[in-house]
Design a protein around this ligand. Structure first.
Ligand code: IVH
Length: 670
């Protein structure tokens, strides 16, 4: 009688083990390799099946089961863990000469027989994971290098961290060292969600990652997706150490530990410089922050021979990239007025070189930000220049005694009328719709590429047209003639004619472009497109009540009210009427429904269209263009040198078509 029972138990145990293995494999494929094999739904099915079996059979519980990533009540405080081998820091170098000197010191002691290995220096949080026979035992922060905090429960919530290593042969005990970090896109996602809930946004990924790892409630940690790269080891027992750093990282990868693929082995010092420079040039392309490169002696035997000083190893050195942050003095704050009347404070700085570029201005966004940063004129402030965005002020470093507080202005810096803070919002606004600064900005926006695309009508022309009383409203553009334009600075006959032609051409733009160009608050390109699909012309939209607008998919009460407010203003109605009187139709481009509901993604260069034109084709046939491929994409149009989207499409089985196929679908004509 006992036997079938025992068999049954054995079967259940096997099934549980198999499910765990299967789920681990999918976690690895999804989180480490970014190449999932099954749908989320299928994954959830496996997960629930395992959960159920574990509940029914508590005798087979395992703390490293995939179902145990988030568990238990919040902690009161963290325990302290002593690292078996200390976690050291790195010496810094800043130029070729520093690296050459370091190389000389290294070569005095060893031959560098396997060359140097170079990795990115991730600006994250150093962590140490202890594995016993391939199973995660505990995780710790770096702390003071000798001992850190036990953050095992937080680390376990992160699916990039394997709880059980892949493969069979592992050290009996091992400390793997690496960097935990948050990607810039994840920080954006987390912040969007926080702002929605009325909380303040986090300012940088490193502090957010460090703060998250130190949260006492693992269930909150689980909601933020962090990443990690492992690059070194502390203790290593019971298995032969590989010969080189690069082989060790390959082993890590085979075991399912995430490692950075950006790594290079260089036999000669010259190549080391080249790689460091390449990594520095490419730093802004990454979705994570790096602040330098790490150069390591590749042979682990030589690493051991070189050893370490109390603070840092002799076998590795950091090459620090040029700072993206510098400290300088905030000289003054200027207020500018945007097209919707928003007053934006801009900081004027004592010019300072950041990453090779001289910076003398930085944005302060709004007055809540000014207050939050606590900036005053005369302060020493830390300024950051990231990617190609406008430099921003990170915080105050020092306040001299005579610094003067920055207050929002009482009156509009352009027209001097009273300004008001948005009820419940953060912006101060000039409410005078005839305010010169606003009108000039409106002209610039109307003429911009995404709107009416009037080439030759930029900032300086718009300012002159306004100052010379030729254009006081966008509708006045259509009354301009060549003689008027020739009065402008640097305008000859040809330039004047070209601009007149461009203005006349704009009458043939689509209704969507026109609605966007009007600069209605809260109406971006996408919403303008939705409205243009619903209404045959601007007149029918002008008199639509709020309730009707709200019935449109994707139009909420705020947007509906914005449209209503805009078209209730007699000045705005007059503008539109005048433009229509000039002969513009904006209803010629009828939205077809040939491609209704079809989603397109473009990859690679097209020969016949630029991206905007291709999008217009899809839009006007009722389709949608999205930027990334998913299973709901209908067509991926592959041009010349297509990127990773093509690969993704193939993986997901999405239909891939050529530019010629695309032309056949949308039709040749305009
Ligand atoms: S190797 C013995 N490699 O930079 C030290 N460190 O100031 C071994 N870091 O504490 C460190 N990326 O937290 C190494 N690819 C990389 C790294 C890296 C970031 C951090 C690490 C270390 C700090 C040194």
């Amino acid at each position: 009688m006992n036997k079938p029972m025992a068999m049954n138990q054995k079967n259940v145990r096997e099934e549980i083990e198999n499910l765990r293995k299967e789920i681990r494999r999918h976690d690895y494929l999804y989180y480490v390799k970014s190449a999932p094999e099954i749908s989320d739904r299928k994954y959830d099915e496996l997960y629930r099946k395992l959960q159920k079996l574990e509940e029914e059979n508590p005798q087979f519980a395992d703390q490293n089961s995939p179902t145990r990533r988030v568990s238990g009540e919040p902690l009161k405080e963290f325990d302290t863990v002593r690292h078996t081998e200390p976690m050291l820091s790195l010496d810094n170098t800043y130029n070729r000469q520093d690296i050459e000197e370091w190389d000389k010191r290294v070569r005095k002691r060893v031959n560098v027989s396997d060359g140097y290995e170079i990795e990115e220096k991730i600006d994250g949080v150093g962590i140490s994971l202890a594995y016993i026979n391939g199973r995660l035992d505990y995780a710790a922060t770096r702390g003071n290098g000798i001992q850190g905090d036990d953050i095992t429960r937080n680390i376990k919530t992160q699916k990039v961290i394997p709880l059980v290593l892949r493969g069979r042969k592992h050290p009996s005990f091992m400390e793997v060292r690496g960097e935990m970090f948050m990607t810039l896109s994840e920080l954006k996602r987390v912040n969007k969600d926080r702002v929605k809930r009325g909380k303040s946004a986090f300012s940088n990924p490193r502090n957010t990652c460090a703060g998250t790892l130190k949260l006492l409630d693992p269930s909150v940690v689980a909601q933020r997706k962090m990443k990690a790269f492992f690059y070194s080891c502390g203790a290593w027992e019971g298995l032969e150490l590989p010969e080189t750093q690069s082989r060790m990282l390959e082993l890590f990868s085979e075991w399912g530990l995430p490692v950075n693929e950006e790594r290079y082995v260089c036999p000669a010092l010259k190549d080391v410089f080249d790689v460091c420079e390449k990594l520095e040039r490419e730093r802004d392309k990454r979705d994570y922050e790096i602040d330098g490169a790490v150069i390591k002696v590749n042979s682990l035997g030589e690493q051991r021979q070189l050893g370490a000083t109390v603070k840092s190893p002799r076998w590795a050195v950091a090459y620090k990239f040029k700072a993206k942050k510098e400290v300088t003095v905030l000289k003054d704050i200027e207020f500018s007025v945007g097209r919707t009347g928003v007053i934006t404070p801009t900081a004027h700085l004592e010019p300072v070189k950041i990453g090779g570029v001289v910076i003398s201005k930085a944005t302060l966004h709004n007055f809540d930000q000014v207050r939050k940063l606590g900036v005053s004129r005369g302060d020493s402030v830390e300024v950051e220049r990231g990617g190609d965005v406008i430099p921003k002020i990170l915080g105050v470093i020092k306040k001299p005694e005579n610094s003067t507080l920055v207050e929002p202005p009482q009156n509009c810096p352009s027209c001097e009328s009273a300004i008001r803070k948005d009820p419940g919002g953060v912006y101060y606004r000039c409410l005078n719709s005839r305010c010169p600064a606003q009108v000039v900005q409106k002209i610039i926006h109307y003429a911009s590429v995404g709107a009416m695309d009037i080439q030759g009508l930029g900032e300086s022309v718009a300012e002159q047209l306004y100052e010379k009383n030729m254009v006081k409203d966008i509708s006045d553009l259509y009354a301009l003639d060549k003689d008027d334009l020739e009065k402008l600075e640097l305008f000859g006959e040809k330039r004047a004619r070209n601009l007149i032609d461009a203005i006349q051409m704009s009458k043939r733009k689509s209704l969507a472009d026109f609605l966007f160009g009007l600069g209605i608050p809260n109406i971006g390109k996408h919403t303008a497109g939705i409205l243009a699909e619903k209404y045959p012309d601007v007149r029918s939209l002008m008199d639509t009540p709020c309730e009707e607008l709200e019935k449109i998919n994707e139009i909420g009460p705020v947007v509906a009210q914005s449209i209503r407010d805009f078209f209730s203003d007699p000045g705005n109605r007059k503008t539109v009427t005048e433009i229509l009187k000039s002969g513009a139709g904006f209803s010629g481009v009828k939205v077809g429904n040939k491609l209704k509901g079809k989603r397109f993604v473009f990859t690679g260069a097209l020969k016949k269209y630029n991206r905007r034109e291709a999008k217009e084709r899809v839009d006007s046939a009722g389709g949608r263009v999205t930027s990334s491929v998913s299973s709901s994409t209908d067509f991926v149009v592959a041009g010349e040198s297509p990127g990773s989207k093509l690969k993704k499409a193939r993986e997901l089985g999405v239909r891939v078509i050529s530019e010629e196929d695309f032309t056949d679908i949308v039709g040749e004509g305009a």
